[in-house]
Design a protein around this ligand. Structure first.
Ligand code: FO1
Length: 319
């Protein structure tokens, strides 16, 4: 079976790891990753969501953090801070820096990000085809209430999204084109999954790449999403701050409606919510959604595999 997952960082990576555990061998999983969090730091290109996916699926992630490398050290970033350079509130570990150095070296040879990503991912044996959403350099900035713009990572990491945001600016996005393989993967998919990633800055950014939303609308594959909101709150991260910035209520029902039903011009055919949000089922089903509720907290790989199985079953795929 050909599966396409549109993923941000931690939530999408953990979901995809469970999906692979559920599917077992013999299936083709393509992961289209958000690159709006990317940033140039100390002269190297940092791609947080691509690296979280690569490390999580490759068995090298710092499990407790959900990002960065296991067994990490921070000698270089500490010494860089001594020079007063970089972001001292953003910990780029020594091993993580190796990935970014390798990426930068390959980018400087003229390779597009998609080719660089494939080259780096070979070492990690991720079990998926890891695709950036676009080869065009895109960066999400947050517009604060006073009109100033800061990089998404500064808002997210330095300020923990506590500074109210008036909106998001995504330089480069409007003129970008989907990376090679993205539209083809969506067109040829048997199922497309929107995992519990940030619906605004992760999934929202991916589907804003010209051509992606159209490819989702056109694919013969069913499209199923898993709610990132449990009981009116995001599981981790600060998706509620992002949803507030675009005027969407932090609820499983509101996020479904934000994504929209595909036959009404939206993205999804089906929506899997947590048991805590079972009240969302009736209005969704009345509106024509395939919808179900289950325990959606991804506590470990077997649990996540079960959630992935239920998501696929919601669109009639029992593997
Ligand atoms: N997240 C943090 O909360 N603190 C950090 O210091 C931090 C450093 C960092 C370095 C490289 C990288 O690829 C990711 C990093 N992240 C850090 C995670 C990152 O903010 C998130 O993975 C995404 O950008 C949001 O989902």
């Amino acid at each position: 079976m050909k599966v396409v997952v549109l993923s941000g960082g931690v939530g999408g990576a953990r979901f995809t790891r469970g999906l692979l555990a559920h599917l077992g061998p013999g299936h083709e999983v393509s992961v289209v990753a958000n690159t709006g969090d990317d940033v140039w730091l100390h002269g190297v290109r940092v791609c947080p969501d691509l690296d979280t996916l690569m490390y999580t699926l490759g068995g090298g992630v710092h499990e407790g953090q959900g990002w960065g490398r296991a067994d990490e050290s921070t000698r270089v970033s500490t010494d860089l801070a001594a020079y007063g350079l970089g972001w001292d509130w953003f910990t780029l570990g020594d091993l993580d820096l190796a990935t970014c150095l390798a990426r930068t070296e390959l980018l400087r040879t003229g390779l597009p990000l998609s080719a660089v990503t494939a080259r780096l991912a070979r070492r990690w044996d991720t079990g998926v085809r890891l695709l950036p959403m676009t080869d065009t350099e895109v960066e999400t900035h947050v517009r604060l209430l006073d009109g100033t713009l800061i990089h998404f990572e500064e808002w997210w990491v330095r300020h923990r999204a506590a500074l109210p945001a008036a909106g998001f600016e995504q330089g480069g996005l409007a003129g970008s084109i989907a990376a090679p393989g993205v539209v083809e993967a969506l067109a040829g998919a048997d199922v497309v999954v929107l995992p519990p990633s940030n619906p605004v800055v992760s999934v929202g950014t991916i589907v804003a790449v010209p051509g992606v939303r159209e490819a989702i609308a056109a694919t013969a594959a069913p499209v199923v999403g898993v709610s990132p909101i449990i009981g009116g709150a995001p599981v981790r991260g600060m998706a509620d701050a992002c949803l507030a910035a675009i005027g969407v209520e932090t609820s499983a029902l509101a996020v479904a409606r934000h994504y929209g039903l595909r036959r009404d011009g939206g993205l999804l055919d089906a929506w899997l919510v947590d048991d805590a949000d079972a009240t969302a089922l009736a209005p969704l089903r009345d509106a024509g959604w395939a919808a179900d509720a289950t325990a959606t907290l991804m506590t470990d790989v077997p649990t996540t595999a079960r959630i992935a199985r239920q998501a696929l079953a919601l669109v009639g795929l029992d593997v």
